[in-house]
Design a protein around this ligand. Structure first.
Ligand SMILES: [Fe+2]
Length: 385
């Protein structure tokens, strides 16, 4: 098992290195070929082939002019983690936790009391692997479930996050997880552009297929998960009640999902500043507290918080495929050229200006041409409140 772990981490580092830094010249040529002709002579795949090839035909959906693939329903594992004390140790050692940031959280004034009790921390990413994280990272049942889900041989776990939530009367945002493309990631590309790339369907060839597992530690009041395995136009399914020590393995990048309201609900949604921290108390009670600007503003046993751990892995049908595509990366020039060609074909006037990526007009114009889907039956998001 130790060897297995070591090997996986070597894969992990290679994977992330490739993703973030291999922005080779020459990819421009391949990018142009991908829209000009059906087959990449360098040995890649016809446009759109990779994603579709992972999915059964009845799960494909055409939406807003782009081909998106919606997953099979995720796979539910019960009694997912054998050593729950080890998870508590992980949680304690890696405190404190800070309020969720990122794409859905526009934190302006750090003193504004606008953050719900939704705390997050990274346990594994490119430069980090906290002690004990192999409990999740190398979980053979999860890896096997991902393998079966995608019909793929190579699963490369690369990220682990934890979410801890309480007292949120609204839902989380209904969303698909942030897309990843070879050569383009959050490290070098604005998130709005990555999402426009996803919804355009123009960059499927470079998409790094991602498997996700979500594990829940306990049952709390509320806190279910709505998910849309039949696509955004069909009603959601739910995983709610009896969630303790279950894990849901599937495609959160192709399937909308949403955290349902999390109790306790008596006092409504509790809000704190972005500087608040969640940590265990040191008084032996087993309680965890939220401290904001020097004051304890919320206190409860760990078992009353909704604790979930998210695992992510890259998916390749074969090791040969992984190697064959790893240098086929996208530069920003490629992205601009491919968008511009598609816009010209549609008769749309505006063109990409890489010197003005921060300009909201570009974001708005692309969103108009390639709108994100809005899933039906979604609850109101706490971040829209
Ligand atoms: Fe998500």
């Amino acid at each position: 098992m130790g060897r297995c772990r070591q090997r996986r981490y070597i894969h992990l580092r290679n994977e992330l290195h490739d993703d973030f830094f291999l922005l080779e010249p020459g990819s421009s040529e391949r990018a142009r070929e991908s829209i000009a002709g059906p087959v990449d002579p360098t040995g890649g795949f016809p446009l759109g082939t990779r994603l579709e090839s992972f999915m059964s035909p009845n799960r494909k959906r055409r939406y807003a002019g782009s081909m998106l693939t919606y997953s099979q329903p995720p796979v539910l594992l019960r009694d997912a983690i054998g050593d729950l004390d080890a998870v508590v140790g992980l949680l304690e050692r890696n405190a404190p936790y800070t309020p969720l940031g990122g794409w859905y959280r526009n934190v302006g004034d750090p003193n504004a009391v606008t953050s719900p009790l939704w705390f997050q921390n990274d346990w594994v990413h490119a430069d980090l692997a906290v002690e004990g994280s192999n409990l999740f990272m190398c979980d053979e049942r999860v890896i096997e479930a991902a393998r079966n889900f995608y019909g793929a041989e190579v699963i490369v776990p690369h990220s682990l996050y934890v979410n801890i939530m309480a007292a949120i009367s609204e839902s989380g945002p209904a969303h698909t997880d942030n897309p990843m493309f070879r050569g383009r990631s959050r490290a070098n590309t604005p998130m709005w552009l990555l999402r426009a790339m996803l919804w355009s369907g123009l960059f499927d060839r470079w998409s790094i297929v991602q498997a996700t597992a979500i594990w829940w530690m306990n049952d709390v009041e509320g806190g279910g998960l709505s998910y849309w395995p039949d696509g955004p136009a069909k009603p959601p399914h739910r995983h709610a009640g009896d969630m303790a020590n279950t894990s849901l393995v599937g495609d959160n990048h192709g399937m909308f999902h949403q955290v349902e309201p999390v109790g306790p609900f008596e006092a409504g949604t509790q809000l704190v500043t972005a500087a608040a921290e969640l940590a265990p108390t040191d008084d032996g009670s087993g309680d965890w507290t939220v401290t904001d600007r020097g004051e304890v503003v919320y206190r409860a046993p760990l078992g009353r918080f909704r604790v979930s751990v998210l695992w992510k892995a890259s998916v390749y049908r074969t090791e040969e495929e992984r190697r064959s595509v790893e240098c086929d990366t996208l530069s920003l020039d490629d992205v601009a050229r491919i968008f511009d060609a598609a816009l010209a074909e549609r008769g749309v006037d505006f063109r990409f200006d890489l010197d003005r990526l921060d300009a909201p007009e570009l974001n708005r114009a692309l969103a108009e041409v390639y709108p994100e889907a809005v899933p039906i039956g979604a609850g109101r998001s706490v971040f829209d409140a």
